[in-house]
Design a binder for this molecule. Structure first.
Ligand code: 5GP
Ligand code: MN
Length: 336
């Protein structure tokens, strides 16, 4: 199917009931791309609802349109199911496999709505009618920009939409540092800046708005919870539930921590292993050829990108650490 004419026919012909949903534990790309798309579609007179399966990080509470996000897990189950069941179109943003939206998966699968995926993750599942999917894209926000451009609608972009898309690209490229940060991406960002994006303001909001408490937590973690395995070019941070409690952490407060482990000279593989309720979540990052998405998929029920992936286990923190260390040791050849 030729994607753009198909979307054009669906979304520009007449006002529709549209649901935009994103992956659990939404990050700045999932939210920015979804809210940028939502604001664009509203300008085209559609009725748009944005559903996040779980809560978003506090440091993103300034995003234009964030107040309208329906958080499924926060007593919005019935509303979410109703909106999905009655939607004409569902956009799945920043994910392409349904297990990324937990209990919303079956509702999305069953609904008669046209399903449009906008994603850049490597793992995909065959459930959508239209796939706007490019694993080489830095961010779902990049794909939303390209969609608006391909529809010939860049005139609809305003400062708020541009800031939503900018923050997605900014964070998914780790401030334009990942290897997929091409001239093309910089051109898109340059175009977004033309719409008035306040770069300094947004970078301050995203990266330099720490609470003192969060900095103390960081100091504690780096002093007490960081393990470096130099023989395997690996470093990991393991966080206990008690640590999060002690420092009164909010949603999103551990976001980016894994990058401290990865920032150590010579480190190729980094992990953040975090106890969360009855499970253990793992965030993986790598530099170069070591593919963490396969690691996440094979051993931690997860997935993601080549250099950034995540997953979980139902084991204890200690058991998860043991498995991780064993895997690292078994992969010594690839890590060196
Ligand atoms: P993070 O470590 O920041 O949570 O996630 C890194 C990347 O891996 C993100 O692109 C995220 O969407 C993806 N990811 C994280 N957890 C999972 C998971 O459980 N399953 C899959 N398929 N992808 C994940
Ligand atoms: Mn993304």
């Amino acid at each position: 199917m030729d994607i753009i004419p198909a979307i054009e026919k669906e979304i520009l012909s007449q006002p529709k009931r549209i649901v935009i949903t994103m992956h659990t534990n939404p990050d700045a790309d999932a939210l920015g791309a979804s809210l940028g798309l939502a604001a664009f579609l509203k300008k085209k007179n559609h009725h748009v609802s944005v559903i996040a399966p779980t809560a978003y990080p506090e440091f993103l509470d300034w995003l234009p349109g964030i107040d309208e996000v329906i958080i499924y897990e926060k007593n919005n189950q019935q509303l979410s199911f109703e909106l999905i069941a009655s939607a004409d179109i569902i956009f799945c943003v920043d994910f392409a496999i349904l297990n990324r939206i937990n209990e919303l998966a079956s509702a999305v699968k069953q609904t008669k709505a046209t399903k449009i995926v906008i994603d850049h993750h490597l793992d995909t599942e065959d459930f959508a009618d239209v796939m706007l999917w490019n694993p080489k894209a830095t961010a779902a926000a990049e794909l939303v920009y390209e969609l608006i451009e391909a529809l010939g609608e860049t005139d609809c972009i305003d400062k708020s939409i541009a800031e939503c898309l900018y923050v997605g690209i900014l964070t998914d490229t780790v401030s334009f540092k990942t290897p997929n940060t091409t001239p093309h991406v910089h051109r898109i960002v340059a175009n977004l800046l033309e719409f008035g994006v306040e770069v300094a303001k947004i970078n301050k909001l995203v990266y330099d708005s720490n609470s003192l408490n969060k900095l103390k937590f960081l100091s504690f973690i780096l002093s007490n919870r960081l393990t470096v395995l130099p023989d395997y070019k690996t470093a990991y941070i393991a966080i206990k539930s008690a640590d999060a409690k002690q420092f009164n952490l909010n949603t999103g407060d551990t976001e980016g921590l894994v990058n401290y482990a990865l920032s150590i000279k010579g480190i190729v593989l980094a992990a953040l292993i975090k106890e969360k309720y009855d499970r253990v979540c793992i965030s993986l990052r790598s530099v170069g050829d070591f593919a963490v998405n396969t690691f996440a998929k094979e051993y931690f029920h997860g997935g993601g990108h080549k250099n950034a992936a995540g997953g979980m286990t139902n084991l204890s923190l200690e058991e998860t650490i043991n498995i991780f260390e064993t895997l690292v040791k078994n992969n010594q050849d690839l890590l060196n």
